[in-house]
Design a binder for this molecule. Structure first.
Ligand code: 5GP
Ligand code: ZN
Length: 127
């Protein structure tokens, strides 16, 4: 897709801090991190938004989501449980879709946001 920032990042025409790459996916650090860990998981091929996805995209979407815990582990924000069963660590997985969903870049991406608080991520608004 011409003139798509994340396509250019996927093609390495624009530099980014790449932390993972395979044939289908790329993961790089968000340029404006909202938390100590803020990664963006993208498909290398252009998909404009989640609303363009159908059941046929389920394997790709599944691989994107399944990568999140592995990335969290590698970046020190996995969810762990102590001997009393108390959880610690953790991260958010987020896909913004469309203007009302807060999407700024129109190339599908999954945010993986984690690490110790405080974070800059806005609290969800209700109503
Ligand atoms: P969205 O609001 O579309 O869900 O998220 C877009 C994200 O892309 C934002 O968190 C923003 O900081 C990040 N971003 C925008 N431009 C660039 C860039 O050139 N490089 C990187 N690494 N991240 C970017
Ligand atoms: Zn693109």
């Amino acid at each position: 897709m011409d003139n798509c920032l994340f396509c250019k990042i996927a093609e390495k025409k624009i530099p980014s801090s790449i932390v993972y790459e395979d044939e289908e996916l790329m993961v790089f650090k968000d340029i404006r991190p909202a938390a100590p860990v803020h990664l963006l998981v993208i498909p290398k091929t252009h998909i404009t938004t989640l609303s363009d996805c159908t059941a046929g995209h389920a394997p790709l979407l599944g691989r994107m989501l399944a990568l999140a815990p592995r990335l969290a582990e590698e970046h020190g924000c996995a969810v762990t449980f102590n001997a009393d069963g108390e959880p610690s660590g953790g991260y958010k997985t987020l896909i913004n879709s469309g203007p009302d969903g807060g999407q700024e870049i129109y190339h599908l991406h999954l945010h993986v946001i984690g690490g110790p608080h405080p974070w800059r991520v806005e609290a969800p608004r209700h109503g």
